[in-house]
Ligand binder design. Structure first.
Ligand code: ATP
Ligand code: MG
Length: 389
């Protein structure tokens, strides 16, 4: 029996003139994510996208799993392909729905006849298919108001399809429709969630990670790669830039007042990130900051970090509390990795009494003894690049 995946795209429908473009990007994303699983053919018609496996050993279950994580898909379903004859539709419905039918008691059938040349009307198709299912599975009853299962029969141009309930998709907009931005990724809980949240709005992601060996272990970087891989299951390929940050931290430690350590470190991160972002075609930076969560995330502190860059800094978690953030991190399966206990470069140099009400003047004063430009240039030059997919 031949099965296909039917996709209903979500917000796309609202986008008017952009719609074709959005659909094309979505289709490209689907192709890229299913590529390894075997050959497929993709067709679109009337706001539905049809994915038809073409190779024998196509991993259908894995394809469904992957489709459930592609942004821009509101809902999808698996469907059985039938010839456009009522006999074929009846025999295949009975066979295709066997397992589902055995586990429920009530159902109804809905039919849609897009191809009006088909000899039976929609109500007639419903009656025939309903009758065949009742004959084959005598424990079943029809319930048109509150059925446990709705069976959909669609007569389209190419073929007829029988399917059960729709599965909820990842929602959002297709990645790539909103441009590209760079996520500053640590090994913590917040930044992977921030990355996922913005990819959901259609942004393609580049990632920037600051590593401070030997203060941070190679395992900390590996953890970041694992986290990004989990995000990439939704966002598609992510370009990762790993920036050597040890020298900058040492210089800050030697030359700056302790209560400004974290802030100056964050300002250095932002300066370097903006440079890397411009190089890689990103139009904005993304961080996992949430207002008031720690001393460096008070409003005055955010003002001092924003003031060193001219690019917009997107902070999708700014108004969320930890519980809400953790809920998403569990959903996208980054939580367990994020709580692994490897030091990140922020925790190594945490001052005992960080400034919560810093001023721009005091930051500038504290940075006077640093060769800011030279340090930024060197870090950018020594950055290492790789792909995560
Ligand atoms: P997270 O859980 O994302 O680590 P956090 O609440 O621990 O966030 P901080 O450690 O103060 O907060 O970092 C704030 C933000 O700065 C992070 O969300 C992330 O975007 C960025 N950031 C922090 N450390 C790094 C790093 N080593 N490399 C890249 N970005 C970082
Ligand atoms: Mg952190």
């Amino acid at each position: 029996m031949k099965e296909i995946i039917l996709i209903k795209n979500g917000e796309l429908a609202l986008k008017g003139l952009n719609r074709c473009n959005f659909e094309d990007i979505l289709i490209k994303n689907i192709k890229r994510r299913l590529r390894e699983l075997g050959e497929i053919e993709i067709r679109k018609s009337q706001s539905t996208i049809y994915i038809e496996p073409k190779s024998e050993n196509f991993d259908f279950e894995e394809a469904l799993e992957r489709v459930s994580r592609i942004f821009g898909i509101a809902g999808f379903s698996r469907a059985c392909v039938c010839e456009k004859s009522i006999e074929d539709i009846l025999s295949r419905s009975v066979e295709y729905l066997k397992t589902v039918a055995e586990n429920i008691n009530t159902f109804k059938v809905e039919a849609k006849r897009a191809d009006k040349r088909f000899p039976l009307t929609s109500p007639e198709i419903c009656r025939e298919v309903g009758g065949a299912l009742l004959d084959a599975y005598p424990h079943l009853k029809v319930d048109v108001h509150n059925p446990e299962l709705t069976v959909y029969v669609e007569i389209r141009d190419y073929a007829a399809y029988v399917r059960a309930e729709q599965i909820k998709g990842a929602g959002g907009l297709p990645v790539g429709t909103a441009g590209t931005a760079s996520i500053l990724i640590s090994g913590g809980i917040d930044s992977p969630v921030a990355a996922w949240t913005m990819a959901k709005r259609g942004l393609r992601l580049n990632a920037i990670h600051f590593a401070s060996p030997p203060y941070t272990s190679p395992r900390a970087e590996l953890k970041v790669r694992t986290l990004l891989k989990k995000v990439a299951a939704y966002s598609g390929t992510i370009n990762l830039a790993v920036v050597p940050f040890t020298e900058i931290q040492d210089e800050i430690g030697k030359n700056c007042p302790e209560d400004y350590f974290t802030l100056i470190m964050r300002r250095m991160m932002m300066r370097i990130s903006e440079r890397l972002a411009r190089q890689s075609g990103s139009l904005a930076l993304i961080t996992g900051e949430s207002l008031g969560q720690v001393a460096s995330q008070t409003l005055p502190a955010l003002v001092t970090t924003d003031s060193v860059v001219s690019m917009p800094v997107l902070r999708p978690l700014i108004g969320m509390d930890k519980e809400e953030i953790i809920k998403i991190s569990r959903k996208i399966d980054t939580f367990e990795t994020s709580i692994l206990p490897f030091e990140d470069c922020c925790t190594v140099f945490t001052p005992k009494h960080p400034k919560t009400r810093p001023t721009l003047e005091a930051c500038a004063e504290a940075e006077k003894r640093l060769s800011v430009d030279a340090l930024v240039n060197k870090a950018v030059a020594e950055t290492a690049y790789s792909y995560i997919e």
